[in-house]
Structure formats: structure tokens, C-alpha cells
Design a protein around this ligand. Structure first.
Ligand SMILES: [Zn+2]
Length: 638
């Protein structure tokens, strides 16, 4: 009825806007976000907001528009750049000099920065006692008073405690449940450490990940011991009633641990619904098991290439000769052949991929170096080529599902589907060993597909670009007769989940079927008609889940922020959006907890192992939290 008058100034748009006939009264936009967004109206309603920095259009309804805008401002790169530019223009200073102008010395700030440095870099507290370090600091700022190592330890513990309480509060106040990962690692001294991470979507719909547990567990590392350690951690954080899922490697003790957890939560009525999605299998681990199954068949096929790589790396003279031949042949590849760890297929893939580039160099090497005898044959190279081709989708898939900065659950289906397609193509390969390898891998794939079906499919249904129609289309095409049964299982899980979430929010619970009308008298002559009416009504009251599933698909664009979409649609689908929020918090792999071990050599170093278990736990947790806060990104004005 009313049209948008483009010529209106921004200011004017905020209050009144005129169409051809009469003025429309528009609500004044009071929120601060409108300083950085331009409202786009339909009639007198704001429907979109345009970022004045990067011009991105956000959907902005009355209920969730502001939080969407705030969320955008946090990540808008153009805004950061512009702010820096404006500030340096105002002062006539470059960003660097500007930072310097704002800088003033503060003993406390510097002391905190030093403590963070020690924690992040895993340095011994005694660093502060070393004269060269003290001298170095004095040259930077003679007013800075170095504290003792005891004070450093105290500072660390108090910084840890502050953050621990704050984090507990944040998790408590977040509207989402938590998804956990737990991973057991064995140190050089054969001690087992259990690392537990907690993933959740905060109230701004940003994905958060924090290590909440890190500690020694007693042997044997059976399911019961692990469960006790996990429960203790959940109790410390008061999370027992908030658990949505736990992602684990597929191992017997892990399965037993989840069994105990499930039983415990069910008995105490803390489980969400049936807990269909409680136990998530690490998809990176599943991919690993499938590839290993394949490697068993072609065992030995990569030996000559591995030996050759080992050979050229084993002495300086050989390395040099190899380099000379590279120059002679004019090969311009920068990455030299890497040696694999045979138990890790991804390193074998990288070794083959890097060695193939130097095939000609190995040939020349054989003619020039009498000690180099067993160069890879043509068959070896062809096999290497083929294997690279086979394992590339697995390698890429592992990388995708191991990401920590974006939800990964919704990627599993797509990457596994690609892997499935690859395996099926290989089954008809003319090389019999490859065909056998493919059929073994297919068996393994099928085994895990059946175990992981729900965790793979449910997130795709909650991706508005795909939904159930896509999943059932793929399942029918890919599994024939089994397809419809799979679809039914996925549907039932969604329905159960939806019921569980609906009953949690009684005010949103308009979708429950009418209570069975027991009041109808058997002899009542209108009973049949009453039942007919009730059935009609049930049909009419479509559940919110059905509405979501039947609504049009969102265009399938690759760059898509699924959390933002759900935040924007949380008013339209209040219950389903809560489901989606928790489903997408679940990590597809345990790599997030493994990353705590990227410096594993140091965690169990002599220095660290001398610390008490309580201190090690505090240090590992604090290091992870500082990383998550982005404390390491340097900004001297802070
Ligand atoms: Zn922007």
C-alpha cells in the first residue's frame, strides 16, 4: 500500500515518511545500532538493515533485528578498517603513531600482559628470575617492576579463578545447551589425561568453544573411570542438566562411558527427550578408520616411495645432490618431499602428493648415485597417483569437519556423500587391488553410516537450504530400498526432538496434539462426528516443525552463515530454532580437544609434570581461554 520514498533522508526515514496520499507514522528507532545501519522499510515496518560500512543487507524484523545488527558489527571487517582510518585522519597520525599517542604506562596492565605471555607460551614461572630477561624488560621500560615467580603463580591462579567464574556464569545464562567432546591422551610417561571441551552457541548466536576439563585419570582407562572423571567435571561446572551431546572417537571405553552417562542422566530425568543425539561419533575418526581399512589392502604399495624419500633425507650429501638435480631439471616446486608417519594416513597422503612432483628427479638420482638402488617403478608412481586421487576427498573432508570457528555438524552429510561417491567409482576400477580396496572401504563406510545416520542427517534437515526433501532424495538415490527406512528414522528423531523442546517451553507449545477426548460418551450419537472434528482440527494445527519443513528452501548459496539465518528466524520458528542452536553447537570431530595437545611435548615435560595436577589443569584451561578471548592479538592501547 505504501511505497518506500527513496529520496527521504535517513533522519527523515526514522520518523515520518510520505507516500502520495498521506504521512505514515513510523516508530522512532532508538537503538544505538541505527547509528551504523540504515533501516529499509516495507510500509511502516523495518524489514532490513543495511550496514553503512560494508553495505551488507541483514534481515531485521522487530524481534531479532538489533541482535543481528550487533552480531554483524562484531565481525564487520570494513567497520574496523574505517574506524582506524577515521581515527588516524582526525588526529593526523598513522594507526601506529595513534596507538603510541594513546599509550600510557600502567604497572598492572603490563604485569597482566606478562602473565598472559607466560601462560600462552607455556614458559616456566622462573622466567622472571632470569637476569637477562629482567635486563631486557628494563631496557623497554625502567619503571616496570618485575614480580617474583611466586607472585606470577598467584597472578595466574587468580586470573584463572576470575575467568572460571565468569565462564560458568556465561554458560549458565546462555539459552543453549552444551555439546561436549572428550579425548584421552597418553603422555610419554604413560599417564592418561582426559581433555573435555564444551561447545555452545552464545546469546549473540556465536559459536563458543572452551576447554573445561583437563586432568590425569587413573588406570585402567575404562568406561567407568572415564565416566567418573566426566561427571566430576560436569558437576564442577553445574552442567548436568544442560548436556545435549558428547562427541567421541569410536572406542569401546568411550562407548561404555556414554552408556553410563546416558543411564545417569535418564535416571535423574536430566536427559533431553530420548537422547537420540547424545552420542556423536567423531567423523574425522570414522574417516580415518575407513581409509585405514583401504590401506590394509594395498599395504606395501607405497613402500618404495617412502624408502626413497627416506633415502634422500638421510644425509646432507644426498639432500644436496637431490637439490642439484632439481635445478638441472628446472623444477619449480617449493615443497620438498615430506616423510610420513605410517600410522597416520593423512601424512602418507601428503608424502605421496609431494613426492609425485619429483618423479623425474628420483629417476635421474638413480643414474647418478650408485647407492640409490630401489627407485619407485612406473607401477609405483601410477599407484601413488591413484591413491592421491582416492584420498583427496578424505583429506579435504577431515579438514572441513575439524574446523573450530564454524559449525561443523551440517557439513558431515555433504563430505561423507562425496566420499561415498568416490568409493563407489573405485569399485569398478580395472586394477583388482583397487577394486578390492574399495569394496572393503564400502563395508566400513556402511557400518559407520548406520551408526552415525542421525548425527549426519539431522543437521542437514535443519539447514534451510536443504531440509528433509534433500536428505530423503539423496538417501533414496544412494541406498535404494534402504532409503525410505533411513528417512523415517531421521523424521522420527526430529519429531522426538521437537516434542522434547516443545515440552520444555510450554508457552510455545501450540503444536501438541489435542488431548484424546475421553469425555466422549460411547453411546453419544455425535461421538463419531466429534472425533471427526477433532481429527480435522489436528490436521489444521500444523506443527511449527511441519511449517519449517514445508516452507520454501533458502537459495543454495555457498557462503551462508547458518547461525545468522537461525537467529533471524528464531521468532518465526521459536522451538525449531532452539533445536537448531543445540544441534549446530555439536562438533563433528574431537579435534577441538586434541588441539590442546598440539604442544603435547610440553604439557608432559619434566617442568609441567612436576606441577600439581591442579596447577596443570589451571594452566591448560587458562591458556585455552586466553586464546579464545584473542588476548594474543596485540593491541597496545588496551
Ligand atoms: Zn558491515
Amino acid at each position: 500500500m505504501y511505497t518506500l520514498v527513496n529520496a527521504c533522508t535517513n533522519e527523515y526515514l526514522h520518523t515520518y515518511c510520505i507516500d502520495a496520499s498521506r504521512p505514515i507514522k513510523r516508530r522512532k528507532l532508538r537503538s544505538d545500532v541505527w547509528k551504523e545501519f540504515e533501516p529499509i522499510y516495507e510500509g511502516n515496518l523495518v524489514v532490513q538493515a543495511k550496514c553503512i560500512h560494508c553495505l551488507e543487507l541483514l534481515s531485521a524484523t522487530r524481534d531479532n533485528g538489533r541482535s543481528a545488527c550487533r552480531r554483524h558489527l562484531k565481525v564487520c571487517k570494513e567497520r574496523t578498517r574505517m574506524n582506524q582510518l577515521v581515527e588516524s585522519m582526525n588526529t593526523g597520525l598513522s594507526p601506529d603513531s595513534l596507538a603510541l599517542k594513546n599509550w600510557k604506562f600502567d604497572q598492572e596492565v603490563s604485569r597482566k600482559a606478562m602473565v598472559n605471555f607466560i601462560v600462552l607460551q607455556e614458559l616456566p614461572f622462573s622466567l622472571v628470575d632470569h637476569a637477562p630477561f629482567q635486563k631486557f624488560i628494563a631496557t623497554l621500560n625502567p619503571w616496570f617492576t618485575i614480580v617474583s615467580r611466586t607472585t606470577v603463580a598467584e597472578d595466574i591462579m587468580s586470573s584463572y579463578e576470575d575467568r572460571r567464574l565468569a565462564l560458568r556464569e556465561t554458560i549458565k545464562n546462555s539459552n543453549s545447551r552444551v555439546c561436549l567432546t572428550a579425548d584421552l591422551w597418553t603422555s610419554n610417561q604413560n599417564l592418561g589425561y582426559l581433555c573435555i571441551t564444551c561447545h555452545f552457541i552464545d546469546n549473540d548466536w556465536m559459536l563458543q568453544k572452551r576447554i573445561i576439563g583437563f586432568g590425569l585419570v587413573a588406570s585402567p582407562h575404562d568406561g567407568f573411570t572415564l565416566f567418573n572423571a566426566l561427571l566430576k567435571c560436569l558437576q564442577e561446572w553445574k552442567l548436568e542438566h544442560k548436556v545435549f551431546s558428547i562427541t567421541l572417537d569410536n572406542a569401546k571405553n568411550n562407548n561404555n562411558m556414554v552408556g553410563s552417562l546416558r543411564k545417569n542422566l535418564l535416571e535423574r530425568h536430566l536427559m533431553l527427550g530420548n537422547g537420540d543425539l547424545l552420542h556423536m561419533r567423531c567423523v574425522a575418526h570414522v574417516l580415518n578408520l575407513i581409509v585405514k581399512e583401504g590401506f590394509k589392502v594395498i599395504d606395501g604399495a607405497t613402500d618404495r616411495i617412502r624408502d626413497s624419500v627416506k633415502y634422500i633425507r638421510s644425509s646432507q650429501a644426498r639432500k644436496q645432490r637431490f637439490e642439484e638435480i632439481i635445478v638441472q631439471l628446472g623444477i619449480s616446486c617449493e615443497k620438498r618431499p615430506s616423510l610420513d608417519v605410517p600410522t597416520r594416513w593423512n601424512s602418507t597422503y601428503l608424502m605421496l602428493k609431494s613426492a609425485i612432483e619429483y618423479r623425474a628427479v628420483f629417476d635421474v638420482m638413480e643414474s647418478q648415485d650408485p647407492n640409490y638402488m630401489d627407485k619407485p617403478s612406473n607401477t609405483d608412481w601410477n599407484m601413488a597417483d591413484l591413491l592421491c586421487n582416492v584420498f583427496k576427498p578424505f583429506y579435504d573432508a577431515t579438514n572441513v569437519v575439524s574446523g573450530t570457528l564454524y559449525p561443523t555438524a551440517n557439513h558431515c552429510f555433504h563430505v561423507l556423500w562425496e566420499v561415498k561417491g568416490k568409493i563407489e567409482t573405485l569399485e569398478s576400477n580395472t586394477d583388482i587391488s583397487i577394486a578390492v580396496m574399495a569394496s572393503k572401504m564400502k563395508l566400513k563406510f556402511q557400518k559407520y553410516w548406520d551408526i552415525c545416520l542421525l548425527q549426519i542427517c539431522v543437521p542437514v534437515v535443519l539447514d534451510p537450504r536443504f531440509k528433509l526433501s534433500f536428505v530423503s532424495f539423496c538417501l533414496d538415490a544412494g541406498f535404494g530400498d534402504k532409503g525410505p527406512a533411513y528417512t523415517e528414522m531421521v523424521k522420527a528423531t526430529l519429531q522426538n526432538l521437537f516434542s522434547a523442546y516443545s515440552s520444555m517451553a510450554p508457552d510455545l507449545n501450540y503444536s501438541q496434539p489435542e488431548p484424546n477426548d475421553g469425555s466422549i460418551d460411547e453411546d453419544d450419537c455425535w461421538a463419531d462426528f466429534e472425533q471427526h472434528l477433532a481429527a480435522q482440527k489436528r490436521k489444521r494445527v500444523k506443527s511449527e516443525l511441519d511449517t519449517y519443513l514445508q516452507d520454501d528452501l533458502f537459495p543454495r548459496q555457498k557462503k551462508f552463515d547458518i547461525l545468522q539465518w537461525w537467529m533471524m528466524h528464531s521468532t518465526k520458528y521459536p522451538v525449531v530454532s532452539r533445536m537448531a542452536r543445540d544441534v549446530f553447537a555439536a562438533p563433528a570431530s574431537t579435534v577441538a580437544s586434541e588441539s590442546a595437545f598440539s604442544t603435547s611435548g610440553r604439557i608432559v615435560s619434566d617442568y609441567r609434570s612436576r606441577l600439581t595436577s591442579k596447577k596443570v589443569q589451571a594452566l591448560v584451561r587458562l591458556q585455552d581461554w586466553l586464546r579464545a578471548e584473542g588476548i594474543f592479538s596485540f593491541n597496545c592501547t588496551k
